[in-house]
Design a protein around this ligand. Structure first.
Ligand code: ADP
Length: 489
């Protein structure tokens, strides 16, 4: 059974579980998505422009001038034909000059076309070569015709009468068509790129809008969760508050009359109101024992409430835990002897002081020791041992001071070793007095002190309860200079 102190000291509230934590990765993912979409919205048009600029340049500097030069060639060919025709009819030299001017224009246009055709592609180069070949035939044929005409003979074969001129026109038209096709090809590519850029902009905008909608939705959900959590916390606080009022009421309305009963029973026991027969004395003593046990139970319930509500007050200071263990062994020695037990103290030298609350350590160790005395059958042996060990918690080990309370009592089955730390849990309720609150309170206190209580036991082979008090890093360093050794008392 555990008795408690009811001081009004600074509360040591346990941190609210989960406070300040939360999984934010979906929000981060969405944010990354939106940013990526926005970046893409800017970069896609730039990339499309980069792709289209050379095509547009080719349109501007090759295809369009190429078509212009072709028009020039067509016009020059028409002028040549008309001048030759007029010369054939009139033999007037001025038509001959016109023919030559037109031929020069045509040849200059053909020369200017050569680099353009080469850059437009192999099909235009091939067509230009065909055309230039036909053109050479044409001019050679015209020259022959003019030579004969100039020699004063018969006019000879008119080059316009044969198929040569038509073939030249066809070759020019085919060259024109090849340039047109190259221009069309580039125009098509530009259109495709423009279309792809437009569709990707539409898709990216839609994605960004969807992501924004998702962010808004998640934000709404998070706000709803936060509001729900707030509401639940508020409810829990109200519940604790009403439980606190209930406990204060119990404390006042139950403890006062019980104390009054105990006081009157004490007067009876002291025979202030008259002498008692032996049977009456036994009844009064039983009455007092029951009343005191009820008062202790009320104190334990209040203590449990105080810890659960985060109102446990801790007064930390540098504490010599070995000294506390030694004092307690002396305190319980008489009680243990009365039950026929031997009590031993085993301690290591050079143990460091621990930053902890000495009253709470005393309270917890006292509970373990009184349990050992209570549950061990007469003639048992109880050892209190203090030493430095590592407390294994989760994945890590913490350097700690361990105080073992070892007994040769009935032991505790493996499946019950956690259960005994639950409130009102008792393994043999009829054999010993108690309420089943001592270990529950002790473990809560030990954990609030930064340590724990563990049990190692086997039925029929006794138990070892250990109070762990973790050491601060500064204490580790100080202690590392001292060499531990063990001695028994
Ligand atoms: P209480 O002693 O008031 O019953 P505790 O919480 O201190 O409450 O103990 C809970 C139960 O754990 C006890 O009822 C008992 O069955 C078991 N127990 C505690 N200490 C020992 C021990 N040293 N040896 C065997 N059983 C024990």
């Amino acid at each position: 059974m555990l008795t408690s102190s009811l001081g009004q000291r600074t509360p040591a509230r346990a941190p609210r579980p989960g406070a300040g934590h939360g999984s934010a990765w979906p929000a981060h993912l969405l944010l990354a998505f939106i940013v990526a979409s926005l970046v893409a919205l800017v970069t896609v048009p730039v990339a499309a422009d980069r792709y289209m600029r050379p095509l547009r340049d080719e349109m501007r500097t090759l295809a369009e001038p190429g078509r212009g030069l072709m028009t020039e060639i067509h016009v020059a060919l028409a002028l040549q034909a008309s001048a030759l025709h007029d010369f054939g009819d009139t033999r007037d030299e001025q038509y001959l000059r016109r023919y030559r001017q037109a031929a020069v224009r045509e040849q200059r246009a053909g020369e200017l076309l050569a680099p353009i055709a080469a850059r437009l592609g192999p099909s235009t180069t091939a067509r230009l070569a065909e055309y230039r070949e036909m053109e050479a035939y044409w001019h050679a044929s015209v020259d022959r015709f003019l030579e004969r005409a100039g020699g004063g003979g018969a006019a000879g074969e008119d080059p316009l009468r044969g198929e040569l001129y038509d073939d030249l026109l066809v070759a020019a038209a085919q060259l024109d068509e090849a340039i047109h096709q190259e221009a069309q090809l580039r125009r098509g590519r530009i259109l495709e790129a423009e279309r792809a850029a437009w569709w990707s902009m539409v898709a990216l905008s839609a994605i960004a809008l969807l992501a924004l909608a998702a962010v808004a939705w998640i934000g709404g959900r998070l706000r709803a969760f936060a509001a729900e959590a707030d509401r639940r916390r508020h409810e829990a606080e109200e519940l604790m508050e009403s439980r606190g009022r209930l406990m204060r009421g119990i404390s006042h309305d139950l403890k006062n009359p019980l104390n009054a009963i105990d006081g009157h029973a004490e007067l009876l026991e002291d025979e202030v109101v008259g002498p008692l027969t032996p049977r009456q004395r036994t009844s009064v003593e039983r009455m007092r024992r029951s009343v005191r046990s009820m008062l202790r139970l009320i104190d334990d319930l209040l203590e449990l409430y105080r810890i659960d509500a985060g109102h446990l007050e801790l007064h930390r200071q540098r504490v010599d835990v070995r000294g506390i263990a030694a004092d307690l062994v002396e305190e319980y020695r008489a009680m243990a002897r009365g039950a026929g037990h031997r009590v031993e103290l085993v301690e290591s030298n050079g143990l460091p002081p621990v930053m902890t609350d000495p009253e709470r350590v005393r309270q917890v160790l006292g509970n373990l020791l009184s349990n050992a005395v209570k549950y061990t059958p007469p003639g048992g042996r109880i050892i209190v041992r203090t030493e430095r060990r590592t407390l294994q918690r989760e994945q890590e080990g913490a350097d700690a001071l361990a105080v073992d309370v070892i007994d040769t009592g009935p032991g505790i089955a493996g499946d019950k070793q956690e259960e005994i730390f639950h409130e009102f849990s008792r393994l043999s309720p009829d054999e010993h007095p108690g309420a089943g609150l001592g270990l529950a309170i002790s473990r809560r206190i030990a954990r609030q002190l930064g340590g724990d209580i563990t049990v190692a036991s086997e039925p029929g082979r006794g138990s070892r309860f250990t109070l762990w008090l973790t050491l601060a890093p500064a204490e580790h360093r100080r202690q590392s200079r001292a060499a531990p050794d063990g001695r028994a008392r």
